[in-house]
Every structure is written in structure tokens, then in C-alpha cells.
Design a protein around this ligand. Structure first.
Ligand code: THU
Length: 118
């Protein structure tokens, strides 16, 4: 979140993905003057996760400076579910720590399953 580039919304967000081998991949939101071209913290973290070799995701944390308990947007839920199984824990955080813990399956029930496309 400290690295967020959010000059337009002034809504810094941070995300971190931990895999079973203990690696952590973090991300921030990055905005663009042409607003729809910006992207979310979770998406940056996923880019680092993929480039870092991936692995089984056990935990994901999300934090927003201006919200007591931020929840990933719909698009990021689908992106996270591409790589995180339904049992992965999602920590919704504020500056003091974890406010609420949910699972990937709770966050995105009935998400689109891409298996058939492979
Ligand atoms: N944002 C995130 O980074 N993650 C979310 O799950 C919700 C929204 C960012 C996108 C944009 O830069 C700012 O928050 C305001 O929408």
C-alpha cells in the first residue's frame, strides 16, 4: 500500500499473496490518467506471483488506507480464483491487522470455471 500509485482516487491499496513454501508476492494499485487503464493491487500481486514462479496459494491479504475493511473487487476475485483454490484464506485488513478472514470460495461463489477451455 505504501507503494501505491493512486494520484486520481487517492485510495491506496496493498495486497500480498503467500504460497505454501512461504514466498510472499506483494502489489499495489497503479492508476493511469486514462482511468480505465489503471489496475488493482491484487492484480499487481498476481503479476509478481506468476513471474516469481507461482505455487500453491495459501493466504492473501488486502488492505486499503481509507477503508476499515477492504474487499477485493469483482474482477480481482475472478483473477485471484484463477490461481487460488476455494480454501485459500483471504485476510481483510486495516492498519492494525486482520479485521476479517474469509475463504476464496466465500468471496467468489459460482465464479466462472475455466477448466473446459484448457
Ligand atoms: N482497488 C484495488 O486496488 N483493489 C480493489 O479490490 C478495489 C479497488 C483500487 C483501484 C483504484 O486504483 C482504487 O482502488 C479506487 O477504486
Amino acid at each position: 500500500m505504501a507503494r501505491a500509485y493512486a494520484p486520481y482516487s487517492k485510495f491506496p491499496v496493498g495486497a500480498a499473496i503467500r504460497t505454501e513454501d512461504g514466498k510472499v508476492f506483494s502489489g499495489c494499485n497503479i492508476e493511469v490518467a486514462s482511468y480505465p487503464e489503471g489496475w488493482c493491487a491484487e492484480t499487481t500481486a498476481l503479476g509478481h506471483y506468476v513471474m516469481g514462479g507461482g505455487g500453491r496459494i495459501t493466504e492473501i491479504a488486502v488492505i486499503a488506507e481509507r477503508m476499515p475493511r477492504v474487499t477485493p473487487c469483482g474482477g480481482c476475485r475472478q483473477r485471484l480464483a484463477e490461481f487460488a483454490g476455494p480454501g485459500a484464506r483471504i485476510y481483510l485488513c486495516d492498519a492494525t491487522g486482520v479485521v476479517e478472514t474469509v475463504t476464496m470460495g466465500e468471496l467468489l461463489p459460482y465464479g466462472f470455471q475455466g477448466e473446459i477451455l484448457k
